[in-house]
Design a binder for this molecule. Structure first.
Ligand code: RB5
Length: 150
């Protein structure tokens, strides 16, 4: 799996934790920053990851900011990016099975580290169900095209 991870300062600690978790489970991920806990602007790091998922350089990504809200708003501006802010293992599984979310978004200040790891694992292990859900994703693509988004 070709996966990237990025955060702002509000998600830095959890990003480091999740990087170790992914490496320990045999999944290498590319860290697109931030490099430390100093204050930065989440759109810069959300964009760095979302643009690369959008153009296919990375199959999937994980974004973390304080609440996950800012990163969700940024990532969903990019065509073909389906970013899902999740808060438990059920929403993490649904994000893949129903929405085929290619970016998982987590709140670094709202999510306990153990739960965050569980959510990442569930999302990575889950499979998109297709069928009626694919028809709905097709409609989302049509909306993107209406707005001239690739
Ligand atoms: C940064 O203080 C905070 O606003 C950011 O991490 C995020 O929660 C925004 O949605």
């Amino acid at each position: 799996m070709n996966i990237a991870i990025a955060s702002d300062h509000g998600g830095f600690e959890l990003k480091e934790e999740l990087k170790t978790f992914l490496n320990d489970t045999g999944i290498s991920c590319t860290d697109l920053g931030v490099a430390n806990g100093e204050s930065v602007d989440y759109p810069d790091f959300g964009m760095a990851l979302a643009v690369r998922v959008s153009d296919g350089e990375f199959e999937s990504g994980i974004l973390i900011c304080g609440t996950g809200i800012g990163m969700s708003i940024v990532a969903n501006k990019f065509p073909k990016v389906r970013a899902a802010l999740v808060w438990d293992t059920f929403t993490a599984r649904m994000a893949r099975e129903h929405n085929d979310a290619n970016v998982l978004v987590i709140g670094g200040r709202t999510t306990e580290k153990g739960l965050a790891k569980e959510m990442v694992k569930v999302w990575l292990d889950a499979r998109f169900e297709g069928g009626r859900h694919q028809l709905r994703l097709d409609k989302i693509r049509e909306i993107e095209k209406m707005w001239g988004m690739g």
